[in-house]
Design a protein around this ligand. Sequence first.
Ligand SMILES: Cc1cc2nc3c(=O)[nH]c(=O)nc-3n(C[C@H](O)[C@H](O)[C@H](O)COP(=O)(O)OP(=O)(O)OC[C@H]3O[C@@H](n4cnc5c(N)ncnc54)[C@H](O)[C@@H]3O)c2cc1C
Length: 221
Amino acid sequence: MQNGVRRLVLSLPVAASFCAGQYLLLTVGDRAFPFSIANAPGGKHLELHIKATEDSPDSALIEQFLNDHPPSVTIEFPLGQCFLSQVPSQPVIFIAAATGITQIKSLFDWLTPQPGAQKVHVYWGVVTPEDLYLDDYFKAAADHAKITYTPVVSTDHQTWAGRVGLVGEAVQQDIKNLNDHLIFVSGSPGMVYGTLDHFTATGFDPENMRSDVFDYAPRTA
Ligand SMILES: Cc1cc2nc3c(=O)[nH]c(=O)nc-3n(C[C@H](O)[C@H](O)[C@H](O)COP(=O)(O)OP(=O)(O)OC[C@H]3O[C@@H](n4cnc5c(N)ncnc54)[C@H](O)[C@@H]3O)c2cc1C
């Protein structure tokens, strides 16, 4: 796709049964790795966006597996409790870091055409502008009056005229009444808890935030 992100489309014999925002486990050798499903439910396919991580033996294993173009793969799904199956009564803020946009795309694609959906804000934090591999997709969607899209690059780049800084801080600058929103955050545990802590420091109620991280990397303290 762009900047090292691969798009993998798995065809299924029957319509895939899952909720927007869920993930699957992809078997690679004797291991299984989690990947968010990027599309909304309803079709006979599952779309994955897979980015290689530098200096990661696990990522190297996955890349080698994909380079071999296996004719079929073994998956386990649907997994994850951070999903949407009903239209929320309040406006929604989607916050993604890097490939966390994969899960957000599924949630977004499902929610935005639903009758009764309130305003939807998408914030996407990346390291460099080249990481915004779905920029055109969300820009086009943001033509709609009920949708806003804000890409945020973490450090200054000569080629970048948009927002700079941490994605959670951009959300706080723009939206004062966070507690009136349902917030989904997708990214690494550090990013998710960092965002949560920034928000709660100014009176945000954690009950209004959803993330897979709360289940697979619970905070002990
Ligand atoms: C629930 C879940 C979903 C994941 N979905 C994807 C995905 O769609 N695409 C992908 O390239 N990697 C995804 N990952 C990470 C992927 O499983 C690892 O990259 C892979 O196992 C290789 O390990 P690693 O050590 O290189 O990276 P790790 O250190 O395990 O993971 C680092 C990368 O994973 C990304 N990541 C973490 N949580 C998510 C998430 N919920 N959705 C999307 N990205 C996430 C981070 O932004 C970071 O880029 C997901 C991980 C989890 C726990």
